[in-house]
Design a protein around this ligand. Structure first.
Ligand code: GLA
Length: 522
């Protein structure tokens, strides 16, 4: 490579010298273009590809579609699912900078590159944040048009997608993302299914084993979605999970790419739904991500409706989970597009702050939950190690009060007895799975202490007293305010024992970040 470069420079130098001697004036005006013609393309114009292999046999691809006009570089940059337009540039082949942006709902995403043309390669440096060490990338020329965003497909006219009859109570199961992200594979999923069946999770109601992003490969010549090396045979995996009395879930995006940059369902909705049905899939999480480059937020309902229709058409019961961070007040239209659940927030993390910001932020949404259609404040982090046992009990209690899907996000193969006990608390699960399907809400709040209640079938009620402070706190409220009278039976759902009514008020000291959860029966 270095030898070719030296030869090229030598040639350029001598050739230019000759031309300069013979035609000084012409060269002054046209040398840039002349060199350009000799070299093929010595400027930056063209389509450039950075291709990085993933360990699953797929590639992560970024395309730099550049146009150089004198000192200005324009064009677009596609980093998997993100499509940026170049807004600012300086320099040229010997050294340049690019700043490109994309609109993401109300936010703007920005990328920045420094680069240089070295021989046939475009060498690039990029940083996530100015203080980060730069990542080095090398781009090669790619055919024009390769990697371009597909043409926009007009979303369908809106109509109501009939209810599929599923998820009469909030779905329970497991999802791979929180613990495994891109490391999920066939063996892990089988191991999780084994653990779910043998640990008591299945007996407690956990049913769905859901594979999140990164199972996908590219499409075959007929447009059928393929699995990557990590999932050699999805049908066989579904058969295995079914043999355990469990169900298998999968993930995709309405865009050309998923959030992790894998193949999405754009323009292949019905074909993918047929593939899922043929494999024996029982649950689909459908994540907006890559669709944002082709559709406005206002078009989301129509775009989600398309897959809602496609899933109904295949005649296999498939739970439909919408994932778009709660944009455009999804709770108002999620059911109409066939959704059984819809994410109400961005991604949860395994921290007290993240979990409580999400969980305690759901109060306004209670009216939109009903059997078959649930608000989804994201998957559980219980057992992933970032919170204490007390905090995980708060997490579980809050999700139960919220009638939220209970999708464990930990490694079920190696969980501690304490984690298992939290996840399989039958009394708390009974609140979550209550047939009336009414989501709970905040009854009272003073500083860091809050009381939430949830009406249950048959006139029962769940009451949870939370202490969001680090230090223990005593909460006292009149029994009547909690809807508890002398005829009520009150049970502590974590201590598994009755709470005795004494005096006119409930009073208890709640540990820091802790909860007392009760069921009040008539
Ligand atoms: C988004 C979702 C996550 C997960 C990832 C996968 O961030 O909100 O739950 O599915 O994508 O890429």
């Amino acid at each position: 490579m270095r030898r070719t470069e030296t030869k090229r420079r030598w040639f350029l130098c001598n050739f230019s010298l000759l031309v300069v001697t013979a035609f000084p004036l012409v060269v002054a005006n046209f040398s840039y273009r002349f060199v350009n013609a000799r070299q093929g393309n010595v400027d930056l114009s063209g389509n450039w590809l950075v291709q990085t292999p993933n360990s699953d046999g797929t590639f992560r691809r970024s395309y730099f579609n550049l146009k150089q006009e004198g000192p200005r570089i324009t064009g677009s940059i596609r980093v998997t699912q993100f499509y940026y337009l170049i807004q600012e540039s300086t320099g040229g082949p010997d050294g340049f900078t690019l700043v490109a942006t994309m609109k993401d709902g109300k936010n703007e995403r920005r990328v920045q590159y420094e680069g240089k043309l070295i021989g046939d390669e475009l060498h690039l440096l990029t940083r996530r944040r100015p203080e980060d060490k730069p990542t080095e990338l090398v781009a090669h020329r790619a055919p024009a048009g390769e990697g371009a965003m597909p043409a926009r497909i007009e979303p369908p006219a809106r109509h109501k997608v009939p209810y599929n009859g599923l998820a009469k109570t909030p779905p329970m199961g497991w999802n791979s993302w929180n613990k495994f992200a891109s490391r999920v594979d066939d063996a892990t999923v089988r191991g999780i299914a084994d653990a779910m069946a043998s640990s008591g999770m299945k007996a407690a109601g956990y049913l769905y084993v859901n594979i999140d992003d990164t199972w996908e490969a590219e499409r075959d010549a007929q447009g059928n979605i393929q699995t990557n090396k990590k999932f050699p045979n999805m049908k066989a995996l579904a058969d295995y999970v079914h043999s355990k009395g469990l169900k298998l879930g999968i993930y995709s995006s309405p865009g050309p790419n998923t959030c992790a940059g894998y193949e999405g369902s754009y323009g292949h909705e019905e074909q993918d739904a047929r593939t899922y049905a043929a494999w024996g899939i029982d649950y689909l999480k459908y994540d907006w991500c890559g669709a944002r480059n082709l559709h406005s937020d206002e078009e989301m309902p129509a775009v989600y409706q398309k897959m809602g229709d496609a899933l109904l058409k295949v005649k296999r019961p498939i739970v439909y989970s919408l994932c778009q961070d709660g944009r455009l007040d999804v709770w108002k239209w999620g059911a109409e597009v066939g959704g059984n659940l819809w994410r109400t927030t961005g991604d949860i993390r395994d921290t007290w702050d993240s979990m409580t910001r999400i969980g305690f932020g759901q109060n306004e949404l209670a009216q939109w939950a009903q059997p078959g259609h649930w608000n989804d404040p994201d998957m559980l982090e219980i057992g992933n190690g970032g919170m204490s046992e007390t905090e995980y009990k708060t997490h579980m209690s809050l999700w139960a009060i919220l009638a939220a899907p209970l999708l464990a996000g930990n490694d079920l193969r190696s969980m501690t007895p304490a984690t298992l006990a939290i996840l399989t608390n039958r009394d708390v699960i009974a609140v979550n799975q209550d047939k009336a399907g009414r989501q709970g809400s905040r009854l009272w709040k003073a500083g860091d202490q809050e009381i939430w209640t949830r009406p249950l079938a048959g006139g029962d009620k769940a009451v949870a007293v939370f202490n969001r402070a680090v230090e223990p706190a005593t909460v006292s409220r009149p029994w009547t305010e909690l809807g508890i009278n002398s005829k009520s039976k009150v049970r502590d759902l974590w201590e598994h024992k009755p709470i005795v009514m004494e005096g006119t008020a409930y009073s208890a000291t709640i540990p820091g970040h802790g909860v007392v959860m009760m069921r009040v029966s008539r």
